[in-house]
Design a protein around this ligand. Structure first.
Ligand SMILES: [Zn+2]
Length: 56
């Protein structure tokens, strides 16, 4: 399910405040040293560091 238009522009990684990009069912942090992947559940981004997937 695509995110609401414009939503990505106002979202930022809670860990490092870098912009996020949508990738499949996740929002990926663009921070070079962060890169956390946040899940999107039912179209709602879960921007919690505890819920984020660490980059491989
Ligand atoms: Zn980040």
């Amino acid at each position: 399910m695509p995110l609401e238009a414009g939503l990505l522009e106002i979202l930022a990684c809670p860990a490092c405040h870098s912009p996020l990009r949508e990738e499949g069912d996740e929002l990926i942090c663009g921070g070079a040293e962060c890169g956390l992947a946040y899940p999107v559940r039912d179209g709602i981004p879960v921007l919690l560091v505890d819920e984020a997937r660490r980059p491989a």
